[in-house]
Design a protein around this ligand. Structure first.
Ligand code: FES
Ligand code: FE2
Length: 416
């Protein structure tokens, strides 16, 4: 198959995708399509960037790199979250190196033009008396904080449905107090696979009972299955799941938590799903047998057995909010066959390491799970690069993978 290059050709290749089947190989292997993904998907949608808790104080910043775009996400002196292009308005130097830190002002390393953390320019040496500082502030990037999660959008006109999605999500997130949580740990891993394979792998648990022994001591691999889809070998697990689900419903009523799941993964620009799932074993956390991992609970949650609030956002994130901690995942493409997966663990701001939790036990399940997923993604990247690859059909329990790919195709068609 020839490699398509223009947006129009990409859209027509997307049109050919057979319903219920995976994508053709070039979507995972073509550098040209990768560039189009950066423009049409990462350049046109709301992208999860950081947890607000990563920038708790004025001057705290994180840089987020999306292809050639670098964005500074910073908390200003009024404690608002701002985002700016990481490009000096003088002669274009990169302002801040990749990473995170804390600054008073943003000072260009080249000729020291100096910007406040609200983006305004306050120093530019040797300019004419007529120089107008107000015309050379940092270029803003659209940014929104939703329930303690920060999203940015590079497009001039971001998808307008984000307001409606924010309103739906915020009541679920509110009890967790994420904006004032504490970062307990963060890891970056690079997976040798296309970013869409990373997302597709996340969108199903069909592989879980063969690949994730640590995760499955707490996580039900069938939590999104219809009863008729549960294979006989998982029937006992399904019965345990139904009992745990009934218990979780009671816990929800106690704190007036929103009832019902919302699934809008495709058909709109800002696709998402939110669902409140019970956990196996002790039902509290991602510890051995579902045991609690942090002694202090999140936000206003009082019952440690509060399950897993699972949020999936297109195109690049997923989240698990538990009674005693939260785990936040962002996916950043690095190359057609390389993807950064950043995992951040958050706990109650009063929780003390070594007293209320240990980083080792808090993070061990997802560190193991991430590495197992990396192996699966890398094996799939090698497979789809083989000339013998042809897309296969999804099973009944891979509906969210189908929804991700359908959303991707729809968004390519809408933006090409
Ligand atoms: S390029 Fe930034 S001060 Fe000159
Ligand atoms: Fe997995």
């Amino acid at each position: 198959m020839s490699i398509e290059t223009t947006p129009g050709e990409l859209a027509s290749l997307a049109d050919k995708r057979a319903a219920g089947f995976g994508l053709e190989a070039p979507f995972y292997t073509s550098p040209e399509i990768y560039e189009q993904d950066l423009d049409l998907i990462f350049g046109q949608h709301w992208i999860f960037a950081v947890a607000e808790a990563e920038i708790p104080d004025p001057g705290d910043y994180v840089t987020v790199d999306l292809g050639p775009h670098s964005v500074i996400v910073v908390r200003d002196d009024d404690e608002n979250v701002r985002a700016f292009r990481n490009v000096c308005r003088h002669r274009g130097s990169r302002l801040l190196d990749s990473g995170c830190g804390s600054i008073g002002n943003i000072v260009c390393p080249y000729h020291q033009w100096t910007y406040r953390v609200d983006g305004s320019l306050i120093f530019a040496e040797s300019q004419a008396d007529t120089f107008e500082y107000g015309k050379f502030g940092l270029k803003p990037v659209n940014v929104r904080a939703v329930g303690g999660l920060v999203f940015l959008c590079l497009a001039d006109e971001p998808p307008a449905d984000f307001d409606e999605v924010s309103e739906l999500i915020e009541p679920y997130l509110k009890p967790y107090g994420l904006a004032s949580a504490k970062i307990a740990h963060q890891t970056d891993i690079v997976e040798e696979g296309n970013w869409k394979l990373v997302m597709e792998n996340n969108r199903e648990c069909h592989h879980c009972d063969a690949s994730h022994p640590e995760l499955l001591t707490a996580y039900f691999p069938i939590s999104r299955y219809e009863a008729e889809d549960v294979p006989p070998r998982l029937q006992q697990v399904f019965e345990r799941y139904q009992e745990a689900q009934a218990e979780l419903e009671k816990a929800r009523e106690v704190i007036d938590f929103p009832n019902g799941d919302v699934c809008q993964l495709e058909g709109k620009a800002t696709g998402f799903q939110i669902s409140h799932l019970p956990l196996d074993g002790a039902g509290a956390s991602f510890g051995p047998d579902g045991q609690q991992l942090c002694a202090k609970l999140m936000g206003s949650i009082e019952d440690p057995r509060f399950g897993d609030l699972s949020l999936h956002m297109q195109p690049n994130s997923w989240f698990h909010f538990l009674g005693d901690h939260a785990v936040v995942f962002s996916v950043i493409p690095l190359a057609v066959d390389r993807t950064l997966v950043r995992t951040t663990w958050l706990v109650n701001p009063e929780a003390v390491e070594g007293v209320d939790y240990s980083v080792e036990s808090l993070t061990s399940v997802w560190r193991a799970t991430n590495d197992q997923d990396r192996v699966l993604v890398e094996g799939t990247q090698r497979g789809v690069t083989d000339p013998g690859y042809v897309p296969g059909p999804y099973s009944e329990v891979e509906g969210e993978v189908d929804a991700f790919v359908t959303w991707y195709v729809q968004r390519i068609q809408a933006n090409a």
